[in-house]
Design a protein around this ligand. Structure first.
Ligand code: SF4
Length: 214
């Protein structure tokens, strides 16, 4: 088993189909209107914000992006950014040198292959410089309103604790979850697990005694 903590509901609901139904119903009850916490007004803004959110809180990213988008409002501006100036803008999100470089390279990919627009398919998104499946699925689900299963650290942890998967490999988790979660729930399910993880079921501590899942 990849994760030591197992949620008590696994013992109560040993049948996986029943467990999934229970989890989905509870999550909807708890977080009926989950939304992307990264401020954005366009697919371009969301892809940039998501790239900045690696190893950083959404709140901190939201503090940085107004200045970022004022200075670099589109792919053209970002692709021509002076790297050291961009590094200063994104410095507080951590790993700023890599993030600045990835943003510029991603914008160059948009200019070179997509007329400066963010593409709306997973295959095209993951070909952009610096864009992995997680970022691609965030953009698909939240900017284009297409099904995308985002697997971040919270989704990884909770999916294992719910015994829906038995691996820490994000790509394997994504494919496993896509098999058992209805397609129309993919986007919300990711958001809801992230919210549950933050509120009750963190990496350091489970708060089962007050958790709404029990
Ligand atoms: S905190 Fe909630 S979701 Fe996490 S293991 Fe405990 S009951 Fe399950």
């Amino acid at each position: 088993m990849s994760t030591t903590t197992i949620c008590p509901i696994v013992e109560i609901l040993q049948d996986k189909v029943e467990r999934v139904k229970f989890i989905l119903d509870k999550l909807t009850e708890l977080y009926p209107d989950p939304a992307c916490a990264l401020d954005h007004r366009s697919p371009f803004e969301l892809i940039c914000a998501t790239m900045l959110s690696a190893q950083c809180t959404d709140a901190q990213v939201n503090k940085v992006t107004p200045q970022l988008f004022a200075k670099y409002p589109d792919a053209k501006a970002l692709s021509n950014a002076d790297l050291s100036e961009l590094e200063e803008v994104v410095r507080s999100t951590g790993f700023y040198k890599n993030k600045a470089k990835n943003l510029v390279n991603m914008a160059k990919s948009l200019m070179e292959y997509h007329n400066g627009e963010v593409p709306a398919t997973l295959d095209e998104l993951v070909k952009l410089a610096g864009v992995g499946r997680k970022t691609a699925n965030v953009v698909l689900g939240n900017a284009f309103h297409m099904p995308g299963m985002v697997v971040d650290t919270h989704v990884t942890r909770l999916s294992n604790r719910f015994a829906l998967v038995d691996t820490e490999d994000a790509v394997k988790i994504e494919f496993e979850l896509m098999k058992i979660i209805p397609r129309e729930r993919w986007v919300d399910f990711s958001h809801q697990l992230i919210l549950l993880g933050r509120e009750f079921c963190s990496a350091k501590k489970t708060r089962c005694e007050i958790c709404a899942m029990t």
